[in-house]
Design a protein around this ligand. Sequence first.
Ligand code: 5AD
Ligand code: SF4
Length: 477
Amino acid sequence: MKNVRTNGQRKRVFIRTYGCQMNVYDSDRMADVLRPLGYALSENPEQADLVILNTCHIREKASEKVYSELGRLRDLKVERRREGGDLAIAVAGCVAQAEGEEIIRRQPAVDIVVGPQAYHRLPELLARVARKSDERRFDGRRWPGAGVLDTEFPAENKFDHLPAPSEADVRAGSAFLSIQEGCDKFCTFCVVPYTRGAEYSRPAMAVLREAHALVAAGAVELTLLGQNVNAYHGEAADGSTWTLARLIRALAEIDGLARIRYMTSHPSDMADDLIAVHGEVPQLMPYLHLPVQSGSDRILEAMNRGHGRDHYRRLVDRLRGVCPDIALSSDFIVGFPGESDADFEDTMRLVDEVGFASAFSFKYSRRPGTPGAALGDQLADGIKTARLAALQSLLGRQQRDFNASKVGATVPVLFTEAGRKPGQMLGKSPWLQSVYVEGGAEMIGSIVNVRLLAAYALSLAGEVVTDQLPSRFEAAA
Ligand code: 5AD
Ligand code: SF4
């Protein structure tokens, strides 16, 4: 089949998303922007007229993957043009923001480079590419490299120009809602303040409107997103400023919204009122992703984290004081420049003392332009590998123990998809564990009570029950 689409035929866009949940949300918004232009979603690049790579720049590996994917897309584009068709290639996300023009230099087949603050301008960028199609004629050897670029931080706010969310933005009863973007913390290892820009909170009423629309479209669970989500300070209708805690209380009033989550948080912004809502709002799930990065005060200082290990320990104690079953999750970086054996042991001890339900851990990756990249005493990869293995083995044991501690309990599970085996469904517990049961596709998007029967490293198995639940889950059940 020729991939030529003439007027009147539907066009297709394939969006590949790398990295964090902010990018998942952004990819959905890009699909929303393109829908009125006639673009339906494609399952693969082969059947698409437009491919968007929504990229991640957080670690070196994540950004290198983009260039190899672009090489494959170039080949596809060459083939398409040979057949008389075309393929537009766009790079969005944090690599687009960080590398800009360099992307087109390294891969001239790229048509559009668009930064995270300019997604509402995609239709205009596509129109510019269409106008330039003559200049971009491929002679079979060399691309003319006249791709268009938009990596500005525009004065207008993209959220005001993106279409309202629709049913397409709700997947199996769950939806993401971006409430905050950017970061002013400047941790010395991190590219986010440069790629996503300064901290910005969406107005509270805009968030509430979007939440109502998502619930009306079938969402029973909302995950509030932001690079620094607990720094949220959104303007309210009366001119006052709402904290994240205030916003969560307002969201909890929405009929039909059974589950609220938020990520990612910074320990320095874990305010008293936010800790309190964990004990008071039953819809707020007993789970918190609170990255600590390291357990060594010396390394935390070098990372410019703005908090020490004791502060983190105290936060954990207070959270457990108001919500004893809260599942804690974290991010860790091993092998930050100058990290000694003793520093790493401090991290292992902190993990031991806190006990995490799940965690992500990474080897330090030197990111150009960040202060960490310029530090002396960069560690050998072998040291990072060994430390990562030790840390992951401890965290893995903790995750298994946490899963095992829930066996025998009856808990509400939000079913999201079919499991790998026939007749099996997969859902999420309140603590964000994967739970498998026997069941049918009609369960997708609903919250069903499940008795947990067996625990594994990354999941639990259970059976559907109709018994009454313990009272704290009644609202969600
Ligand atoms: N190297 C390794 N890990 C990093 N992260 C952020 N920047 C780097 C880096 N340069 C990790 C942090 C952060 C998570 C999203 O990615 O742990 O919390
Ligand atoms: Fe990056 Fe630190 Fe900001 Fe998190 S708080 S996004 S790690 S700079």
